[in-house]
Write a protein that binds this ligand. Structure first.
Ligand code: FAD
Length: 280
């Protein structure tokens, strides 16, 4: 993997700027960003599931999944939910603003192993960001991938992020895309209920399907249990873990979890790899 976006000093972010901001929902914005140095931008590549350490001068940095696909190298998308100080500062920035980026880091989704298999993506809220990278990747590879089923859950209709993508996937002949909300609002005539309630609307072939899951920890736990109940083996279920991390590269060990480092051994893990976790 080319290391163009990494400096000799691994903690030194590369200068970057915001090109465009897409408002996804009340709490989520997608930032289209690029490295300030054209040579760095041109050589930058990554794999679906990897993340960047994103910094705002004077505010610190946080890991953010790359929501775009390496098959579309002209743009890097970072979908960011306002959570605390750093993400609130990011949400105030507009086109032209300077930020820092270092990476890509982390173990990606095993996209090669997904070819030729039915794929089931289950996402909650901002959790669709890293899965969006895989979904766009598989779409761009054409017939090598699919059929895809995408289940997306959001708290309220007004919280639904990635609306444009969800609409496009609902139009795609090789993709089934269902969206549910925990609680309806005026004008919503779609499914109501947590994301696992959508499982009764689809059929899963447990002999072949690979599932990719990302969302809040509670959602992940219920989805993994549902997938196990439907006979999907732990080796074919992938999920991402979130932990506070500082360095992002396996040095500080801040994101240590039962013998694993979420930054370097993950953030993508198969459920089989997590079988002995005591804290998940
Ligand atoms: C590999 C990875 C990829 C991520 N990708 C994205 C992404 O694509 N988009 C996005 O919006 N966020 C993503 N996050 C989460 C993001 O890094 C954190 O929310 C970050 O701490 C926000 O920084 P802040 O200073 O704004 O908030 P903080 O002040 O750090 O935190 C605000 C609140 O969120 C809680 N929190 C912070 N980080 C975590 C965490 N890792 N796990 C659980 N709770 C946490 C804090 O306890 C606090 O309550 C990712 C995290 C990881 C580890």
């Amino acid at each position: 993997m080319p290391d163009s976006a990494k400096n000799d000093n691994i903690y030194q972010p590369r200068p970057a700027r915001i090109d465009r901001v897409i408002r996804e929902s009340s709490q989520i914005k997608t930032f289209v960003v690029r490295f300030a140095e054209p040579a760095v931008q041109e050589a930058f590549t990554y794999r679906p599931g990897q993340f960047l350490m994103v910094s705002v001068p004077g505010c610190g940095e946080a890991p953010i999944s790359i929501a775009s696909s390496p098959t579309r190298p002209e743009e890097i998308h970072l979908a960011i939910r306002r959570a605390g100080q750093l993400t609130a500062a990011l949400h105030l920035l507009g086109p032209g603003a300077a930020i820092g980026l270092r990476g890509p880091y982390g173990r990606p989704f095993p996209v090669e192993d997904l070819a030729g298999r039915p794929l089931l993506f289950v996402a909650g809220g901002i959790g669709l960001a890293p899965l969006r990278s895989v979904i766009l990747y598989t779409l761009d590879q054409g017939k090598a991938y699919g059929p895809r089923t995408i289940l997306y859950g959001s708290r309220l209709p007004s919280d639904i992020a990635f609306r444009q993508d969800l609409a496009a996937w609902q139009e795609d002949a090789a993709t089934t895309c269902l969206v549910t909300v925990d609680q309806a609002e005026a004008g919503w005539d779609g499914p109501v209920g947590v994301v696992t309630t959508l499982f009764d609307r689809i059929s899963i072939d447990p002999e072949a399907t690979v599932a990719l899951v990302c969302g809040p920890p509670l959602m992940i736990r219920f989805v993994l249990a549902e997938l196990a109940r439907r006979g999907l083996p732990a080796e074919r279920i992938y999920t991402t873990l979130e932990r506070h991390m500082k360095c992002g590269v396996g040095v500080c060990r801040h994101c240590h979890l039962d013998g694993r480092l979420v930054c370097a051994d993950g953030p993508v893990f198969s459920l089989a790899e997590l079988a002995d976790l005591t804290t998940f």
